[in-house]
Design a protein. Sequence first.
Lengths: 269, 348, 292
Amino acid sequence: MTAPLLLVEGLKVAYHRNALALHGVSLTVAPQAIVAILGNNGAGKTTTLRAISGFIGLDNASVVGGSIRFAGARIENRPPHANAARGIVLVPERDKVFPNLTVAENLTASLSARANAAERHRLEETVFAFFPALPNLRSRLAGLLSGGERQMLAIGSAVLCNPQLLLVDELSLGLAPVVVEDLIRRLSALRQELGITVLLVEQNANVALAVADYGYILESGRVVLEGAAAELRGRREVQEAYLGQTSGAERRSYRALLQDPAVAERPRE
Amino acid sequence: MSDRSALAKELSLFGTPARRVRLALALAVLLALPFLATPFQLDLLNQVLLASISALAVMLLTGFAGLISLGTAGLLAAGAFTVGVLFREIAAPFWVTLPAAAVVGAVLGLIFGLPSLRLRGLYLAISTLGLHFVVVYLGGEYEARQTLSTGIMVDSPSIGGFAVSSGRAWYFVLLAFAALALLISVNLRRTRTGRAWRALRERDVVASALGINVTRFKLLAFVISAAMTATAGALFAYFRNFVSIDAFSLYLTVQYVAMIIIGGMGSLAGAILGAAFVVLFPYAIEAAAGYLPARFGNMVFALDYAAFGVVMILFLLLEPEGLIGLWHRLKNSFPVRQAGAKSTTAPR
Amino acid sequence: MSLQLLANVIVLAAIYALVSSGYVLIYRVSRVLNLAHGELMMVGAYLLVALAGVFPLNPPLALALAAICGLLMGIAVYAVLMRWMTGEAVLAAVLITIALGILLRGLTILIWTSQQFYPGASFGWRNPPVHLARGVQISSASAALVCLTVVVYLGLLVFLRFTRWGVRMRAAGQNPLLAEQRGIRLHGVYALAWGLSTFTAALAGMLLSLDAGVDSNMATIGLKAFPAALVGGLDSLPGAALGALIVAAAEIAAIQYVDPLLSDVVPFIVLLLILAIRPWGLFGSREQLDRV
């Protein structure tokens, strides 16, 4: 079994030094895998991503326990540019592009770290191959793009940074299902052809489980269930709590389902 | 303003015997000082007391309510000029000019405070900066057109027939005013007003959602702070027997901002400590100037500027919580090590 | 308005525009208001005085060296002082610039005393008047300043629009977090902004000193130019140019038709007006107010 690219163990994050948002989250991301983190609002998904990407300090929060290992090295509480330099690139939920720059300028801004002109060109060509709509929008101001176009630009900009691990926060938020489907396919292609590992945070479990290999479900700052995507999809509990397929009974939180003695948690692989 | 009930509340704070003893000792020392100090030292003390009043006012506005204002010099000028103009034009006595100065200050405070209803932070500071120049211009205009000289001479005040002109007399007068200012500040902090101001400082959007009348409390902060500052300006006019617009520069405002930074934001004791530091600083520099080659030693005011800039930078960079923060850090630098305690540092 | 008055307005507008470009650069890129800008401009002028003393027979060299020193000075100020405030509250950073301004004022007086200097005299240059059409005349230094302002503005606009560093600076100004994440080194971008800002400040200071000499009060012009930047919208260069025209026109008109003593306060009256009517400036955006 190859060593995981990202290993998070017992992660505890606190806001303002005393309000715990994550109570010991553990997850593993294998190289070139697509892993999804699911859960409702406030479950701690975004906090987890921000802790991994290094943005956490800016929210007046910090990692107060546990560890985050990327390719073996400890990275908790490091600043964003340090993690970006290691190859962890985040596509944030909001403010994901530079609104008053054109699409071309947005891409140029991301490219700036590459020293080699040939390398720059190759990366740019790659991004345009994956997102063929972008070249036509070169001179459009990023703030005027549609939601789907903006997401494409955001992901494209992130790819230009030559990431090993791509963190995507709420891919589908505010986008039409058709657009989301398209984005999912491209994400999959990115993994397939560029070997980029993806960690996806999603409220829409259907979307996430359609593309992910493995999934974690967070609730109130804890992992309450994990498993291969296919299995998660098939479990009645997940279907009821997250995929919106109830049998008429009221929607219950997964936590409540766990109390049900008929349900047993699957051990970690 | 403090009333009987607030006073009683205050005094009830000093309930413990230990506190009462400390308070009595402090009072004894304060009352004995003017008889122990040299005239020079007494003058320094008086300057510190006078500066404390405005320092407290700035602390109330900026440290408590979180409203940035660069209007201190303008308000001091307004108080001083009220005294000067009333004295010169109608020979008004002390008990008329002082309240008049406070009223002028309050009105100006209202004007300075109006932008705060729409603007925050940097933009608010900029608006008060603009108002500063307007006030300074008006003062300069009066001086140029009405006095034909570089300032207005003012006689020493007489309180109840007793002329306040000696250092000792001034000491007790200023001590009384400073104590009053402190009492008002302490009182405000503990009451609903103080809590509202604290909420304002955090997030005024949230404060208004909590039902706090943001407009009223913002303006109240400006009005009270300005009235206090203008009163201090009026006292300054009498203290120096002279009013001139040249004394009220932007640098003066910066000095008062420095007082609350050096003293420690949000702390009343900090305001007084900061006032003492900033008032005494130029004298320390002047003393040090004697050790420098004559070329530099003779330009004391420039030395003062440069040294002051350095000190302000040092405090902002290294000790943003001021002398009070330094004091707390020193007190806590001998902690008892807790077994298994993990230290976590906030990321940059 | 007579043509001579119009010429005076243009000259004054050029001064304010050149100076406020510095305010805009730093604010746009790092959201910091550099209230030491006037003092930095003054230091630039004194640098010329010093270099003019060293190279009295070679004005172009002295000017070029002074300008380069101006650029380096800005980078140094960032590297030594301002970088520690990156990420901290903006108001604290602004307070530090105020303190820096005070420090610089004290230092310049200590080094050069408060007497007036005329670097032009060191070069043996008389600053002859330039005769424009219909009897209108301005000094050579003023004419040079107007031309320089145009060149500087065009240069800055081209730089920001078309070069990679310019894109980085604009990106960092819009979203510093995202910029950092995309590999843009914020410290480098901010240092460059400071360097360019003091470069333009030094140019302004130098030309002003060639025109009217320099003494410790020159920094006041820096503060008077600030309303021009605010009127335009603190993060817009074209806005600053327009703001400079407005402030200069108001000031000259007030001096001419109302009261000469108004000269120092008119810019701030304009400032108060724009804050009352449209605080985010002519070319700024409303969101600016909330970012503070």
